[in-house]
Design a protein around this ligand. Structure first.
Ligand code: RIB
Ligand code: CA
Length: 304
């Protein structure tokens, strides 16, 4: 049975690869993309979402732009990871499509209906705004790339998507909507290497685009982590919807820090139930990295 999904994203190299994986997978039907400020400013993440659809030849899929800043904080972007454009590396094509004339928070409420899985791969600002503006708009499930049980990435304590908008993150985890958290503890275990990129170089327009994205994305991970590959964070969230057996999860309580000098945006994951706080998420613990990476390469190579 095909699963209808909506991806709320901040492209971003790994967002772009996640979108292409979704478009290449018969198990999923991508109903819409919505964009949020995160990796880059909203104008750039929105343009980049349109670029990805252009590359995939799927300009039939609607895109709605959303929040240009977190609920209550200044925006932090990640140009040090994704570059000035947000998709540095490949030459970006002109886009023929325009976003729909609706805010993402309202458009999400329109497209979310029974059976739809919402896959946010950026800060949760749009999802929080949707819940505030349209309390009845409740997706069957949320599979979010974000958070971390252990070390953060943008600070020692916090992962970027949670850090950018901790208030939105806390609101979504308190919503009662079933949520799967795909955090850094999982994504850092599956590194997309130059060998994976070389298998895609020349494998059609999307394959070459991804190889060139990877060449740039790898620079940060070599410099900052000494990794010999890149974690394609957001693609893991999409892969978990395609095949839940790829990621081991545990039902646990996740609380989000919003008032700390050093730990704002930390996802505090109570794996052993020591706090008596009710479990509110399925938290990613481990990943079948070879199977995930093979799925990612094969599916993207299958795009024209
Ligand atoms: O911390 C990684 C996450 O933050 C990914 O979603 C990346 O695209 C950025 O949004
Ligand atoms: Ca992202």
């Amino acid at each position: 049975m095909t699963v209808p999904i909506v991806i709320d994203c901040d492209p971003g190299h790994d967002d772009a690869m996640a979108i292409l994986l979704a478009l290449a997978s018969p198990e999923l039907e991508v109903r819409a993309l919505t964009t949020v400020a995160g990796n880059q400013t909203l104008d750039k993440t929105t343009r980049n979402a349109l670029v990805v659809l252009e590359v995939a030849g799927r300009t039939d899929i609607p895109v709605a732009a959303g929040a240009d800043a977190p609920l209550r904080r200044e925006l932090h972007t990640a140009a040090h990871v994704h570059g000035v454009s947000g998709l540095d590396g490949p030459e970006l094509p002109e886009v023929s499509q325009r976003p729909v004339d609706a805010h993402a928070a309202d458009f999400l409420a329109e497209v979310i209906e029974p059976g739809v899985v919402l896959v946010p791969t950026g800060p949760l600002t749009n999802v929080a705004l949707m819940l505030q503006r349209h309390p009845d708009a409740r997706p069957d499930r949320i599979v979010w790339m974000g958070g971390a049980i252990a070390e953060g990435n943008i600070t020692p304590a916090a992962e970027f998507n949670a850090y950018v908008d901790p208030e939105a993150c806390a609101l979504v985890f308190a919503s009662g909507i079933p949520i799967t958290m795909i955090g850094l503890d999982v994504t850092h275990k599956a590194l997309f290497t130059r060998a994976h990129a070389d298998r895609l170089r020349g494998a059609g327009r999307a394959g070459t685009f991804v190889a060139e994205l990877s060449d740039f994305f790898q620079l940060f991970h070599e410099r900052s982590y000494r990794f010999d590959g890149s974690p394609i964070h957001d693609a893991v969230a999409v892969a978990q919807v395609i095949d839940p057996t790829l990621v081991e999860t545990r039902h646990a309580n996740v609380a989000v820090e919003t008032a700390s000098d050093f730990c704002d945006g930390r996802t505090v994951v109570d794996l052993r139930g020591v706090t008596q706080r009710e479990a509110n998420a399925d938290v990613g613990l481990d990943i079948d990295a070879p199977r995930f990476l093979e799925l990612l390469v094969e599916r993207i190579a299958s795009l024209a």
